[in-house]
Ligand binder design. Structure first.
Ligand SMILES: Cc1ncc(COP(=O)(O)O)c(C=O)c1O
Length: 378
């Protein structure tokens, strides 16, 4: 070990602390969950655990997948699951990746060539930014949900054009105007890619997502559905044509050069999708909680809720120190609410990212609102 390098790392960390940007890992057990992405409570669902256990008992003791999908890690189970999920979302084909991060990294790093163009909404997720950085294509960003700015970037684009948006944005919780974006993409012959990470399970018939809700399946080149949010598991699928699936199997490096998900992870995903498909499935209670949280929320001065009808409710409290202070006060009162600071979000838009879940009660949501009002008026 080189002690001087350790010293230089420490120095960088101290600078980060001084700028209120230091991240540390925290275990907040026993607090009321207002920060996880387990929107439908599938990660803690006893019925799902039982269902998955029954499958696992039949399949036997194999716990590791033993290799990448291209070598020893492929299974009939994985291929059937991909077909099942693709059929549910009305896509021709699907390819499972180990995470949403891997899916976006793999797709965006291999889909566009040097002579092509990648265009992203300015609030696009880091996994898509990182994927684009690995590509040799030209890159543009357009102002958030701004169709005119998108069109101005499309006019400057060359080669094959790919436009990336999230159907529900992970930090603001608002939605992309998907139908309008699809129309503009069609005008410029651009390929639309929609990351449905925060829409899966929550919007569209039985949680098929917003592409499905708007009937845009035929107009979208690729969709990413992640399993780590409302599905309550881990991994992700890229949906598109058979040709896209074959292309990714050949060129997506985050798919090729990694050990495949083990069958027990895939079983959990299959069981979660079966819950979505079941007759009694409903996300109505969660949508009711969202309305309850938003109703009569009192904005004050520079503190306001970003308009959203998703479980992601972001309360802007400008200033890293200020927002961190409020989140700590909430935690001390039993609410697990986390602060999102700049530069993860633009300076001045630091916020509490409050997420709502099917396991939250009406009383908990009322208590949170009451406590927030008290803290913010002091
Ligand atoms: C919009 C979006 N895409 C992709 C990802 C990455 O998904 P995963 O957590 O499965 O890696 C996330 C999660 O943070 C996300 O919010």
């Amino acid at each position: 070990m080189n002690p001087s390098f350790d010293h230089s790392m420490q120095h960088i960390l101290e600078q980060r602390k001084a700028a209120s940007l230091y991240r540390s890992l925290q275990v907040n057990e026993g607090l009321i969950d207002f920060c996880s992405n387990d929107y439908l409570s599938f990660a803690r669902c006893e019925k799902l655990k039982e269902h998955a256990k029954n499958y696992t008992d039949k399949i036997g003791p194999l716990s590791g997948s033993t290799g990448s999908r291209s070598i020893s890690g492929n299974t009939v189970f994985a291929e059937q699951l991909e077909k099942m999920i693709a059929a549910f979302h009305q896509a021709e084909a699907g390819l499972i990746f180990n995470s949403g991060y891997d899916a976006n990294l793999g797709l965006f790093s291999c889909i566009a060539k040097k002579e092509d163009t990648l265009i992203c909404d300015e609030l696009i997720h880091a996994s898509i930014i990182d994927g684009c950085r690995l590509s040799h294509a030209s890159r543009f960003r357009f102002a958030h949900n701004d169709l005119e700015d998108l069109e101005s970037k499309l006019r400057k684009s060359k080669g094959n054009i790919f436009v990336a948006v999230e159907s529900v944005y992970s930090m603001d919780g608002d939605m992309a105007p998907l139908s309008e974006i699809a129309t503009v993409c069609r005008k410029y012959n651009a390929h639309l890619v929609v990351d449905e990470a925060h829409a899966t399970g929550l919007f569209g018939n039985q949680g098929r997502g917003l592409v499905s809700q708007h009937g845009l399946e035929e107009k979208v080149f690729a969709r990413i559905h992640t399993f780590g949010k409302a599905i309550g598991c881990h991994g992700a699928v890229i949906l598109g044509s058979d040709t896209l699936r074959n292309y990714l199997v050949n060129f997506a490096r985050s798919f090729i050069f990694t050990t495949a998900l083990p069958v027990h992870s895939l079983i959990a995903v299959k069981c979660a999708y079966e819950l979505l498909m079941a007759d009694g499935f409903s996300n109505a209670y969660l949508h009711q909680l969202i309305e309850q949280f938003k109703s009569d929320f009192r904005s004050q001065d520079d503190i306001y809720l970003i308009a959203s009808c998703s479980p992601i409710q972001s309360l802007v409290i400008p200033g890293n120190e200020r927002v961190k202070h409020v989140s700590k006060q909430l935690q001390a009162k039993g609410f697990d609410v986390r602060a999102i600071v700049s530069p993860s979000v633009p300076a001045g838009k630091e916020r509490l990212r409050i997420s709502l879940h099917a396991h939250n009660t009406v009383e908990q949501v009322d208590q949170l609102k009451l406590t927030l009002n008290e803290l913010l008026s002091n």
